[in-house]
Write a new protein. Structure first.
Lengths: 115, 117
């Protein structure tokens, strides 16, 4: 079956611009997660959704970051007034809680570069 | 607060040898899950193996096994008969709470494994 997909795969933007990153989870997975991975580091948690609601947004670095999942499937991570420090790979993952160990399955990521 | 520590930034291993990647963790939650993920140079995160805090036996998946020592808060990954394709970054990770609940995963800093032919 299809895995987690993310678009775009690469995004280059200028400082101060607004960007949207999209994630399409594995069909039937109720939980969806966003992580950010800087070069040479492990992924850092940003936010996760259980269904349509954000169950934990404690990892969002500031109010420039926002995410939605209006129909409980596709999610969009939105970044306003981008800064050079936002440059990273943004990873999306999904899981079906209660299945196996609740392991999360990751998409290929969106590489964001802020010039 | 939960924490994952991987003390080996890089390792070199001869092909066909076994390799152990170290991971220690810290949590106050009696229910938690431990994971290992592989990240090749292509960037995708590949799930390898899972160990629940209440599991009595060490998890195994093919050539991967997890050496779970609960009292020492250790969850080392053992790869038997290493192959050139095993060269990648390996991340240890932990989720607090029962497996039936969705929850964030905390990752370690990773170990870069390089297999020599």
């Amino acid at each position: 079956g299809a895995g987690v997909s993310q678009t775009p795969s690469n995004k280059v933007t200028e400082k101060g611009k607004y960007v949207e990153l999209r994630c399409d989870p594995i069909s039937g997975h109720t939980a969806l997660y966003w992580y950010r991975q800087s070069l040479g580091q492990g992924p850092e948690f940003l936010i996760y959704f259980q269904g349509t609601g954000a169950a934990d947004d404690s990892g969002l670095p500031n109010d420039r970051f926002f995410a939605v999942r209006p129909e409980g499937s596709v999610s969009t991570l939105k970044i306003q007034r981008t800064e050079r420090g936002d440059s990273a790979v943004y990873l999306c993952a999904s899981s079906l809680p209660g299945q196996g160990g609740g392991e999360q399955f990751f998409g290929p990521g969106t590489r964001l570069t802020v010039l | 607060a939960q924490k994952i520590t991987q003390t080996q930034p890089g390792m070199f291993v001869q092909e066909k040898e076994a390799v152990t990647l170290d991971c220690t963790y810290d949590t106050s939650d009696p229910s938690y899950g431990l994971f290992w993920y592989k990240q090749p140079s292509s960037g995708e995160m590949i799930f390898l193996i899972y160990q629940g805090s209440y599991d009595q036996q060490n998890a195994t998946e093919g050539r991967y096994s997890l050496n779970f020592q609960k009292a020492r808060k250790s969850a080392n990954l053992v790869i038997s008969a290493s192959q050139l394709g095993d060269s990648a970054m390996y991340f240890c990770a932990m989720r607090e709470g029962r497996y039936s609940s969705a929850s964030k995963i905390i990752f370690g800093s990773g170990t870069r494994l390089s297999i020599r032919p």
